[in-house]
Design a protein around this ligand. Structure first.
Ligand code: NAD
Length: 255
């Protein structure tokens, strides 16, 4: 059975993706900073009767990224599918954007995508198979005010996805990005509060007038849908999709 490594999979979208891969029978390497990460990995493994393991690697540290990949290979087998999902957000106008937050957001949302992909690359090449799936955002395609670092990082992921697709092509390694609209996860709960402060609005107004206003379909995107698209991209049927940044954003970027 194939092995998938999913960064940031002990919360939100990553956990939803992990459950879809578990339902498809994959062995799963979990990662994330949640203190109950090991329990989450064990529970998913028991529920779906698949092998799981957990690494608390901090993706800002390249040595920890490489240790996480080595741990996955040792305990579950070579990484066939990498889902670069971990991400962080900070919302502020340009003139107030703290320098350390800029580096932090670029570090997790862009640099770690490169270094984790690099850590699995030689093994994928040698096996002539690989799937890299980057969880980007509608903000990898279009911009919003007050999200300079996040939008820059996600647009960077769009470009990196294309380069990995081109370099991976000869080795049957595909690389794609999924670009979700708003998904109601802990990350978005935090943004609702931050945006309420920045815009001086109630939290309900932020949801209806700022977030879902962008969607043609006025609903949050379900994590299960993102997980099912990721499983499809990892499958044989997804073999010819590469270099794409696929919107799953309820029509946001149609306008
Ligand atoms: P979340 O906050 O629920 O989960 C983020 C995960 O990343 C957590 O497990 C966290 O521990 C992990 N993480 C953060 N920094 C890390 C680090 N340095 N090292 C290791 N793990 C780290 O967020 P989410 O909403 O599930 O977001 C997941 C991805 O989806 C992110 O890349 C985000 O940008 C993207 N996204 C989210 C939405 C949304 O509306 N929620 C929309 C579009 C894209």
């Amino acid at each position: 059975m194939k092995t998938v490594l999913i960064t940031g999979s002990t919360s939100g979208i990553g956990l939803g993706i992990a459950k879809e891969f578990a339902a498809a029978g994959y062995s799963i390497m979990f990662n994330g900073l949640e203190p109950n990460g090991a329990d989450i990995a064990r529970e998913v493994g028991e529920t779906f009767k698949v092998k799981t393991d957990y690494s608390p690697a901090n993706l800002l540290k390249t040595d920890q990224i490489r240790e996480m990949v080595a741990q996955a290979e040792k305990n579950l087998g070579p990484v066939d599918v990498l889902v670069n999902n971990a991400g962080v957000q900070f919302v502020a106008p340009v003139d107030e954007f703290p320098e350390e937050k800029w580096h932090f957001i670029l570090g997790v949302n862009l640099n770690a995508v490169f270094f984790t992909s690099q850590a699995v690359w030689a093994s994928m090449k040698s096996r002539n198979f690989g799937r890299i799936i980057n969880i980007s955002s509608a903000h990898g395609l279009v911009a919003s005010e007050f999200k300079s670092a996040y939008v820059a990082a996600k647009h960077g992921v769009t470009g990196l996805t294309k380069v990995l697709a081109l370099e991976g092509g000869p080795y049957k390694i595909t690389c794609n990005a999924i670009c979700p609209g708003y998904v109601r996860t802990p990350l978005v709960e935090g943004q609702i509060k931050d945006q309420a402060k920045v815009h001086g609005l109630s939290e309900d107004k932020v949801i209806s007038d700022i977030m879902l206003k962008q969607h043609a379909i006025k609903e949050f995107v379900p994590v299960e849908s993102i997980g099912k698209l990721a499983v499809f991209l990892a499958s044989d049927a997804g073999a010819q999709i590469t270099g794409a940044s696929l919107p799953m954003e309820a029509g946001w970027t149609a306008r």
